[in-house]
Design a protein around this ligand. Sequence first.
Ligand SMILES: C[S@@+](CC[C@H](N)C(=O)[O-])C[C@H]1O[C@@H](n2cnc3c(N)ncnc32)[C@H](O)[C@@H]1O
Length: 360
Amino acid sequence: MTLAERIAGRIRTGGAITVAEFMAAALQDPEGGYYRRDDPLGRGGDFTTAPEISQMFGEMLGLWCAADWLTAGRPAPFRLVELGPGRGTLMADALRATAHVPGFHAAMRLHLVESSPGLRRCQGALLAPFAPSWHDRLEDVPRGPVWLLANEFLDALPVHQMVRTQAGWRERGVALGPDGALAFTDTLPAPAELVPACDHPPGTVVERRPLGEAVAAETARRIAAEGGGGLFVDYGYAEGQGDTLQAVAEHARVPVLETPGSVDLSAHVAFADIARAARQAGAAAWGPVTQGLFLRGLGIVERADRLAAARPDARAVLAAALHRLIGAGAMGTLFKVLAITPPGAPPPPGFASTEPGAAP
Ligand SMILES: C[S@@+](CC[C@H](N)C(=O)[O-])C[C@H]1O[C@@H](n2cnc3c(N)ncnc32)[C@H](O)[C@@H]1O
């Protein structure tokens, strides 16, 4: 039985499910979920992420951690954590770039939070020399100062969609249409804690991601209590609303409900909600700034020049990768970066022009 048939059976028995429940099943069902199959990423996969475009991305994020660790007084030992490490490429590049930072590797304990058994195998193959530990949840990572990286992790966590109908707020769900196929419905009662604080005109959709906020809060609690820093990189908006749920297969948009488990599902990250959750948990949250601004501030253009000088034959490839990562209209503006630091810490690298904001 396909995952779509099993989801339809669940709806026949128990009624419509929320969009968040649909997304959780489509991505994480132990038998048919998208992230439970072998390597969905990479050049031959459904989509390409920044670390798979160029080594420079992981190098910059690794150097961000090392620079912030030096500013914090080189605590040892510390946890280097990645949420959703994909094929392990980002972390491998980050660790290569930081190999010569005195004491950094010796003090580092590597922890990977990953739900996919296939991707855990990929990560293990690349990162074995650093003896990583794997965890299902951030809560399972042992205590201690923590530097944490998460690229395109939050966008894969389920979203609830609140819909302002003529009759008030409802939660969007997935039901069965007249033909028996999966279909959206705007008839579920909206849980009070997910209803937006201010009203909106009928037709408005507001996405809420309690799991993402919980991850931000847990990151913030750890960093506020024990020191460290965190970076969340994702596509999304600083403020805004709308239906951003999308399905992607073989680098193209496809219908969201048709083939759950075979296609990637994601939704934009509402960075204001993530920042608020982090601040309420006691940390400072910086940004978001655009990925382009952030990577430029860390020196990615100079790094590309050095790589091109060493490999003149690769100059055009490097220029194209650099443009994809920092170009306006490419990932440089669509993707945003949010940093979490202990309260009262100086601006972390790449955030000098921003304010940490205050807890509401
Ligand atoms: C879009 S991929 C990004 C991979 C990688 N960070 C990159 O940039 O290439 C999402 C990653 O998060 C993992 N993931 C998604 N949901 C998860 C969850 N609830 N718990 C742990 N890992 C999860 C996926 O298996 C995958 O490694």
